[in-house]
Design a protein around this ligand. Sequence first.
Ligand SMILES: Nc1ncnc2c1ncn2[C@@H]1O[C@H](COP(=O)(O)OP(=O)(O)OP(=O)(O)O)[C@@H](O)[C@H]1O
Ligand SMILES: Nc1ccn([C@@H]2O[C@H](COP(=O)(O)O)[C@@H](O)[C@H]2O)c(=O)n1
Length: 209
Amino acid sequence: MIIAIDGPAASGKGTLAKRLAAHYGRPHLDTGLLYRGVARVLLDRGEPLDDPALAAAVAGALDMGALDESRLRGREMGEAASLVSAFPAVRGALLDLQRRFAGQPGGAVLDGRDIGSVVCPDAHAKLFVTASPEERAARRHRELASRGDPTPYEAVLADIRRRDERDSTRSTAPLVVPPGGRVLDTTALDPDGAFAAAVALVDASLAGS
Ligand SMILES: Nc1ncnc2c1ncn2[C@@H]1O[C@H](COP(=O)(O)OP(=O)(O)OP(=O)(O)O)[C@@H](O)[C@H]1O
Ligand SMILES: Nc1ccn([C@@H]2O[C@H](COP(=O)(O)O)[C@@H](O)[C@H]2O)c(=O)n1
């Protein structure tokens, strides 16, 4: 059983993907970490983020086990990941890895931007998790503040709008509601309410209704 979860930045798709993976007893892959990993390696090597061939070479040789996840999170890494993820060659270099993860016996839960549209178009359940930009910015702002990052709310909102625009308008694998995707707007839902709604949508997909 493959569950594909897509959505814009800070919509809560990662939180939901983790909980759904535990609920259905499947492994989970946060595919955003792969793009963040590519950007991290480039930055650590002092290489530019705007060279598609260089970025694709890093993506093709990516060893996630060698990267410290705490250095992939954070505001500047989201922006850097969004830049390298727009290169078709980078996306191509990461495709096999994601499909192999999804194709393991028993399936998996993957979250990202193009899981239901490109990586796993035949997924058994596809959710598109969203929320208003203001609500997403408020959530991310609270998260950053709890980690000691003093970035003001307005700057977080601007980041989110910029990333939404870039991710939705790139030529390859843009962020879209995939064919067969069920939209879950969590603007007015707390994490438990969003999880209950997500389980209901996944169960309906699995039941074919
Ligand atoms: N329904 C909700 N209500 C309030 N806060 C939420 C909700 N869902 C998630 N959050 C919080 O919002 C923040 C963003 O959630 P999360 O990291 O799951 O989003 P995401 O879509 O995976 O983000 P990104 O794409 O940037 O990795 C987290 O701090 C999370 O705890
Ligand atoms: N399937 C995906 C996943 C992510 N991206 C890009 O990476 C950026 C960071 O992703 P997060 O989910 O960790 O915030 C994101 O803004 C996308 O540009 C992607 O293209 N495809």
